[in-house]
Write a protein that binds this ligand. Structure first.
Ligand SMILES: O=C1O[C@H](COP(=O)(O)O)[C@@H](O)[C@H](O)[C@H]1O
Length: 241
């Protein structure tokens, strides 16, 4: 596990953008494409805008395939739809073509949407291992990541797939990568900033006895890949070192 702590969010985002470009270049050099999973929520918006503006000449974006690690069960045009945020902040500004974007079809029932999304991913990987080049993750202040929320059934899903989950405290369904699918990735990076996440991050990184039912981000532990936490000093303020 790599732990990177930055004084400011701006320094963090710049370094994370460069890390993404490095991984993208390597993937394209090796396989002629970069399979990149985006995180949702608020935290990545500035990063995505930065990639689309300041890094548009730094990578061959026509070779990138974009996925989303979790989705809210709202129509695709809804302001809470993670894919819409991605569209506005990075995909449209980079003129990414439709067949390089894999988003969850929430016009279907959540169970069906999850099954269809898993199928689309499998088809894209043409029967090979479902190992993304990079999965970017955020984390909520309750230590959820993707839509792996505390106390939910999906935490026990051992399949390398996409699942639907009812999140009681939000009274809604979500569609999410399972932990085993995340853990297949070649690289996983957490983007976490702000004081509100300090306590959760302390549990996720430092707890000797893991309790993923309470802190689901503890489930993230790539089998063969790298795991890097990009934190600002506020999110890292309760860490021992
Ligand atoms: O609901 C979600 O929350 C997490 C964290 O979001 P943030 O707004 O605190 O950055 C996010 O990683 C996930 O993709 C999203 O659906």
């Amino acid at each position: 596990m790599n732990l990177l702590i930055y004084k400011t969010k701006t320094e963090l985002l710049k370094d994370l953008a460069e890390y993404i470009i490095t991984i993208g270049e390597k993937a394209i050099a090796e396989n002629d494409c970069f399979n990149f999973v985006l995180t949702g929520g608020n935290s990545p918006k500035e990063l995505y805008t930065m990639l689309a503006m300041d890094y548009r000449e730094k990578l061959d974006w026509t070779k990138v395939y974009f996925f989303i690690g979790d989705e809210r069960n709202v129509p695709p045009g809804h302001e809470s739809y993670n894919g819409l945020m991605a569209r506005k902040s990075i995909l449209d500004p980079l003129n990414v073509v439709a067949d390089h974007v894999f988003f969850v079809d929430t016009t279907q029932a959540p169970e069906k949407a999850a099954i269809e999304y898993a199928k689309e991913i499998s088809t894209h990987f043409k029967g090979a291992d479902l190992s993304f080049d990079l999965i970017l993750l955020g984390m909520g202040d309750d230590a959820h990541t993707a839509s792996l929320f505390p106390g939910t059934e999906v935490l026990g899903n051992k399949d390398v797939t996409v699942d639907s989950v009812y999140v009681e405290k939000l009274s809604t369904y979500r569609i999410t990568f399972t932990a085993p699918l995340i853990n297949k990735a070649k690289n996983v990076a957490f983007l976490v900033f702000g004081e509100a996440k300090a306590e959760a991050i302390k549990h996720v990184i430092e707890d000797q006895t893991k309790n993923p039912e309470l802190y689901p981000s503890q489930l993230v532990d790539p089998v063969d890949g790298s795991l890097t936490f990009f934190l600002d000093s506020d999110a890292a303020k309760l860490l021992d070192n």
